[in-house]
Write a protein that binds this ligand. Structure first.
Ligand SMILES: [Zn+2]
Length: 67
């Protein structure tokens, strides 16, 4: 069963597999605190749209962290 992870900044419940995968990709596999897409965008100073593009790229590359 998948672990339920909340955003540690805004408390958004039950982050998606894609959100969790993106945290691992962009922050590092050892990441312990997860951001939702919006907070990750703020943290990295990019737009949510850019992050969604990155998710699509990783998916197209066949990365197993994304669905
Ligand atoms: Zn958040």
């Amino acid at each position: 069963m998948a672990k339920i992870i909340d955003c540690y900044i805004c408390g958004k419940k039950n982050l998606t597999r894609n959100e969790i995968g993106l945290n691992k990709k962009l922050i590092g596999n050892e990441v312990k605190k997860f951001h939702c897409l919006q907070c990750l965008a703020d943290y990295l100073e990019v737009s949510v749209e850019e992050l969604e593009e990155r998710i699509t790229e990783f998916k197209d590359a066949g990365c197993s962290l994304f669905e």
